[in-house]
Write a protein that binds this ligand. Structure first.
Ligand code: ADP
Ligand code: ZN
Length: 730
């Protein structure tokens, strides 16, 4: 008889940042110290990848035992805390994303996911070498000061390869030393420039301080009109955390636009916060990631992805402009950063603040039912009144043909400019004109691979598809009938509006702000600063200008097409239009004089327009909440969209139909569709949508999981995306 002796090997499950839901088992080599959360390098196929030990595996499949690969090494970064690991599991489960994809967001630092390499420095330590070359001479000139230089930097500066350095190190001319760690960012000083709050603000300040120091999971809605001091008030919560030395995350919908915010933060706390967004250089990403992980970074201001950073001791989350749809990520893992921020706060047992002048309907309902605490700021700071809003009925007072600024609006702009004030003309349409057609034959320029018109961009002199980026030079000749110079621009875009404004007000200085005209965050910030300093009279902008800016001289806002967002069949159209227009008009009259807002509309009797004109926010929420309740839309029910796309129409539609047929029966969940998507073709891919609509209590995630488990996998060019809590219905 043979006795089988097996060495008790420790086995752990490691999650790797690739599009997989399951973790893999690895053996732990003797002497390697790992625990759940340890960041490790493991072999995966032919590569080595950075992964995270997710759990001990006390009872691995014995058949696997001897075939298991071993963990390579432990990466020298703090382990991912349980809090973050649970959050990753939660987000993956809720959004039906692969856990590896969610982990990827947490490990994203620099370009690679691997460990941050300790940067090597070189220093000149002895006399020049015997053998001299031109390359060596250039390099020695760079390091002649005897100071420590970054190895790669020195090579670049001297225009030599790092091999030249290595050879001089071998010969003893240079030594290699690790570059010192960058100094920790200075901590914000809570009493650097604390403001004096007004008696009106005091109750909110007290409530905010109590909220921040509650040491438990609590959600507060900081609710106040634009300019009421919400930022000042939540800075008090940040100050409380700074006193306790805990970390704060401030989420912003559009980090590119927050230059003013960073300055304001510095004015209040004496230091700038750290930023986190997609445009950081790989090196500063790696550095920030490490500083967040070891607790040196105290305050992070970031886009939604900052939610996945490995905070050492997160004490508070603030979600500014919580209603903003930019918080929804619609590629990869489809998650809503505001909702996931609440989840993260819940897991970490910390308070969270949602700030908005126009809360999402979901948040408003939670505040009305008392699940969230409402901390209200009653009015604008400094006695500034809210702008007065008027509708201009385009059916009676429209602009002349081919023009878009109505006579009453033009008159108001003229007066503002004469007074030396600023005016903002708002139109949420990039480019010159949304449609180009041939006057001779009626031909319309459409994208060849999307179901969309090409948008005329005169600054670039091209026709551009806003869905796939396809573009072509603006032709002089109609491709269909061959006629020359017959092409007509139909409808307005911001570029065309600028042309009109310049013609109407030749003395005024105009500026267009539109995301496609911005080359970098820096130019964007510079342009916004120019406006704030008053060097522009008429600003013409898309929704880019709506968000959070403070332009002291701006008193007039004209909305060129208030109906634009109301037209489509999107269940959130009313809410979104209300929020956006409120926010845009809120730019007016923030500092001096009375703000004025004009809404050009064909339907002045529409509830959204009426609520805006009457400044009756409650009326809007009352009617919107009622209608959501009646129709079972969020938050009175939950939705998930399934989007099937593919290169051929019949196969795509067929797959969508098969999915629908396989949907499990459920008393509280209805599956609607498939229907052709409003954007029926994007990038040559046909699109069909299914919508699962669940009653409030139903477990929609489990339902979807069960459905997908029994459904065929998309093959070939077919693709299936699942969007839980969809924001976009296109
Ligand atoms: P919101 O975030 O609600 O739009 P802000 O916090 O930006 O409002 O406040 C609007 C303006 O009023 C800002 O310039 C802000 O600095 C100023 N402000 C608000 N409250 C105070 C205060 N108590 N003392 C001094 N300035 C204040
Ligand atoms: Zn296209």
């Amino acid at each position: 008889m043979r006795t089988i002796v097996t060495m008790a090997r420790r086995i752990v499950d490691v999650l790797v940042p690739v599009a997989l839901d399951q973790s893999y088992s690895y053996a732990v080599p003797a002497g390697l110290d790992v625990a759940p959360g340890t960041v490790v390098s493991v072999p995966l196929g032919a590569r080595n990848v950075t992964g995270v030990v997710w759990a001990d595996n006390p009872a691995p499949d014995p058949r696997l035992h001897n075939r298991l690969k071993e963990i390579g090494e432990v990466v020298d970064v703090p382990p991912l805390r349980e809090e973050l690991r649970r959050f990753i599991d939660w987000v993956a489960r809720y959004t039906l994303s692969a856990r590896g994809m969610v982990l990827r967001m947490a490990l994203r630092r620099g370009e690679q996911l691997g460990p941050e390499r300790v940067r090597a420095g070189v220093r000149l330590v002895s006399a020049p070498p015997a053998r001299m070359t031109a390359a060596r001479r250039r390099l020695l000139a760079v390091v002649a000061d005897g100071l420590l230089h970054g190895k790669a930097d020195a090579a670049r500066e001297a225009g030599v390869s790092t091999g030249v350095i290595d050879a001089l190190v071998d010969e003893g001319t240079l030594t290699v030393e690790p570059l010192p760690k960058p100094p920790a960012p200075p901590a914000p000083d809570p009493s650097f420039a604390a403001p004096d709050f007004t008696p009106e603000q005091e109750p909110a300040v007290a409530a905010m301080r109590a909220h921040a120091t509650s040491d438990t999971f609590r959600v507060a809605l900081l609710d106040g009109v634009t300019g009421s001091g919400k930022t000042e008030v939540y800075f008090e919560a940040v100050a409380e955390m700074a006193r306790r030395g805990r970390q704060v995350l401030i989420l912003m919908p559009e980090i590119a636009l927050t230059g003013q915010f960073l300055d304001r933060f510095a004015a209040r706390f004496g230091v700038r916060p750290l930023e986190w967004h997609s445009e950081l250089t790989p090196r500063s990403r790696a550095r920030t990631w490490a500083q967040v992980a070891d607790g040196e970074a105290r305050v992070v201001v970031g886009a939604r992805s900052a939610l996945f950073l490995p905070y050492a001791d997160l004490g508070l989350i603030v979600v500014d402009e919580e209603h903003d749809q930019a918080y929804k990520q619609d590629e990869g893992a489809h998650y809503h950063a505001r909702d996931m921020a609440v989840v993260r706060a819940h897991i970490a047992k910390i308070p969270i603040v949602l700030a908005s002048a126009t809360p999402s309907v979901e948040t408003e309902v939670n505040a009305r039912t008392g699940r969230y605490q409402r901390i209200a700021l009653p009015s604008r700071f400094g006695g500034q009144t809210m702008p007065q809003i008027e509708a201009i009925d385009l059916r009676r007072e429209g602009a002349p043909r081919g023009r878009f600024i109505s006579p009453p609006l033009a008159q108001a702009v003229r007066i503002a400019v004469e007074r030396g004030e600023q005016a903002l003309l708002f139109l949420n349409r990039r480019g010159y004109a949304p449609l180009t057609l041939c006057r001779a034959c009626g031909h319309r320029f459409a994208c060849t691979i999307c179901d969309a018109w090409l948008v005329d961009h005169r600054f670039r002199n091209r026709l551009v598809c806003h869905h796939c980026g396809f573009s072509m030079p603006r032709p002089h000749q109609c491709p269909q009938c061959g006629a020359e110079d017959t092409l007509a621009a139909i409808g307005p875009g911001v570029e065309r509006l600028q042309e009109e404004a310049a013609a109407l007000f030749p003395e005024a200085r105009t500026m267009v702000l539109s995301s496609d005209l911005i080359t970098s965050i820096e130019t964007m910030r510079a342009e916004l600063a120019e406006i704030a300093e008053g060097r522009v009279d008429i600003v013409i902008g898309t929704q880019l200008v709506a968000k959070g800016h403070h332009f002291p001289r701006l008193n007039l806002v004209g909305v060129i097409d208030a109906d634009l967002g109301l037209a489509n069949g999107d269940p959130r159209a009313a809410e979104r239009t209300f929020q956006l227009l409120n926010q845009v008009i809120g730019r007016a009259g923030r500092e001096q004089g009375r703000g004025l807002g004009f809404l050009q509309t064909h339907q002045p009797e529409h509830p959204v327009i009426k609520a805006l004109v009457a400044c009756d926010r409650e009326a809007f929420y009352d009617s919107e909440i009622l209608s959501r309740e009646r129709t079972g839309y969020p938050p009175f029910g939950r939705l998930a969209a399934l989007i099937v796309s593919g290169g051929e129409r019949p196969a795509t539609e067929g797959f969508a139909r098969r999915l629908a047929a396989l949907a499990p029966r459920h008393e509280q969940i209805a599956v609607l569709g498939p229907a052709e998507a409003p954007l029926a073709v994007i990038k040559g891919r046909y699109r069909f949508r299914l919508l699962a609509k669940a009653a409030r209590g139903a477990d929609l995630s489990s339902y979807l999981r069960q459905w997908m488990a029994g459904a065929p996998k998309p093959t070939g060019s077919l693709k299936l995306e699942i969007d839980v809590d969809p924001q976009s219905f296109l």
